[in-house]
Design a protein around this ligand. Structure first.
Ligand code: MN
Ligand code: MN
Length: 490
């Protein structure tokens, strides 16, 4: 006789033992399970709406895998990728590098939750989450592997997080803290609540819509397939946050504030570049700012209100940075393009008109940067890579590890803090506040400049990117068109 699902599922899912010969605190120590440490009763109401059994999980995932592989068979060969615009391929290289090994770190974070989270249903859902994240590691690695022999920059899909490239240091700094070092409570707030319900819609809905318009069915299918998993295991978040708010509201607010800002900076780079600069103009439907407003701001404000939390205190700063931050970093990255593993494009007259229409508050101040860049290309002629910078590396934020690009071209928001005889510099007020709330967590980190000062990395920029970042000349970033833009020709 076969038991009906509903006759056994709740019993199996909510199976928390009463411990006989050890205490609950020994089974779930605070260092591993997270603060505040509460008796199990406080977590016993933990629930999420998907309520998936393992058998259902396996059946559904097998179908999703079959669907992705069918698309890969049809349109996933190197010659299919070679048809895409080179700017779009740059967006793909940027995502392909930052995504898969962060997903693998998420596997580890979820496995920790599968052991140390405080309710059995939470642990079970985290275990399925770990399997999801392993799939998200494998999909981009397998999809892009064949491209390596055609274009060496795709090798960074796997190599990126193993390198000392400055973007990798910044991405590792945030991903390691969130996924490898966080306890299950902080993981649930940072990953499930803020990242997966706050930001990944933008990534998986907004960006996959752009992939569709560009005609990149492989990337579109992969993103959508990943998103169906994220939507399920993201449900770990709200119920953890509610319990945290009920017992330690201040910690809940502080974690939400910290993680929204940290994710914002990384998203501005990865998704901001793709949406406003690397997607061909004809295929752009909305600007990055519009996507943020549609997919992140409203929903995040609603999610916070639902759990009884406030918008972060830096909200006005954040809203202002929507007009500036990713533009500032992109201009900086273009100037220092040899320090990254993908190519960058100069926005032409049509794109600059589009950017001016989308960013009326900031574009007049940003446009002269591109006028100067275009002028340089007119002087040098196409095909000759030039760099406006000297041979000295730039400065990086002591919290986010990204280049100091806060504020506007006229007013940089960098802040200096002296602490225990050491000097720290931050790109923005929120980065400084996050650092100062947990200095013991961040103070010992050594960014590229500190490594150079300690003699562990070369001070000469070309040497630095060859020997320390691990970029060879055929891999490092160049102008996507070699300066040969139709609008530049006389
Ligand atoms: Mn994932
Ligand atoms: Mn996830």
């Amino acid at each position: 006789m076969k038991l009906a699902r509903d006759d056994w599922f709740d019993l199996a899912r909510k199976l928390d033992w009463t411990y006989g010969y050890v205490g609950e605190r020994d089974v779930f120590p605070e260092e591993a399970s997270g603060a505040p440490w509460l008796p199990h009763d406080a977590w016993a109401g933990w629930n999420e709406p998907f309520r998936t059994t393992y058998a259902e999980y396996v059946a559904t995932q097998a179908q999703k895998e079959a669907a992705v592989h069918a698309v890969r068979e049809a349109v996933g060969r190197p010659e299919d990728f070679q048809r895409h615009d080179r700017r779009w391929l740059s967006a793909l290289k940027l995502h392909a590098a930052t995504l898969p090994l962060a997903e693998f770190a998420a596997t580890i974070g979820n496995l920790r939750a599968a052991r140390f989270a405080r309710d059995s249903a939470w642990r079970g859902t985290a275990l399925l989450g770990a399997l999801d994240e392993l799939r998200h590691t494998q999909l981009p690695l397998v999809a892009l592997h064949d491209l390596v022999k055609w274009d060496r920059q795709f090798d960074w899909t796997h190599r990126f997080y193993h390198s000392n490239d400055w973007v990798a240091i910044a991405a590792r700094h945030v991903m390691d803290e969130m996924l490898l070092a966080a306890d299950p409570i902080e993981l649930a707030v940072a990953t499930n609540f803020v990242f997966e319900t706050g930001f990944t819609n933008l990534q998986f809905v907004g960006l996959s819509a752009m992939a569709h318009d560009v005609g990149d069915r492989m990337f579109e299918t992969m993103l959508k397939s990943i998103q169906t998993d994220e939507a399920r295991h993201a449900q770990i978040g709200p119920t953890v946050v509610r319990t945290l708010v009920a017992h330690d509201r201040a910690r809940a607010q502080r974690l939400v504030d910290k993680w929204f800002w940290r994710h914002w900076l990384l998203f501005a780079v990865v998704t901001g570049f793709a949406m406003d600069y690397l997607t061909p103009l004809a295929h752009r439907r909305s600007s990055f700012k519009e996507f943020m407003q549609e997919w992140v701001l409203d929903q995040f404000a609603r999610s916070l209100a639902d759990v009884g939390l406030e918008l972060p205190a830096y909200w006005p700063t954040f809203l202002e940075s929507l007009d500036w931050y990713h533009h500032m970093v992109y201009a900086s990255a273009y100037t220092y393009r040899a320090t990254v593993w993908f190519d960058l494009a100069v926005p032409g007259p049509d794109e600059r008109a589009w950017l001016r229409a989308k960013y009326p508050a900031s574009w007049d101040a940003l446009d002269p940067v591109w006028e100067r860049v275009a002028e340089r290309w007119r002087e040098s002629g196409p095909g000759v890579e030039w760099y406006t910078h000297g041979t000295t590396p730039v400065g990086f934020c002591s919290l986010c590890q990204l280049v100091l690009c806060g504020g506007t071209p006229a007013r940089n928001t960098a802040q200096v803090v002296d602490r225990d005889g050491r000097r720290y510099i931050f790109c923005s007020e929120p980065c400084r506040t996050i650092f100062e709330a947990e200095p013991e967590r961040y103070a010992e980190h050594r960014d590229v400049v500190k490594q150079i000062l300690a003699g562990e990395a070369p001070a000469n920029l070309l040497e630095l990117l060859r020997t320390h970042f691990g970029l060879t000349q055929d891999e490092w970033g160049k102008d996507v068109a070699g300066g040969d833009y139709p609008w530049l020709r006389r």
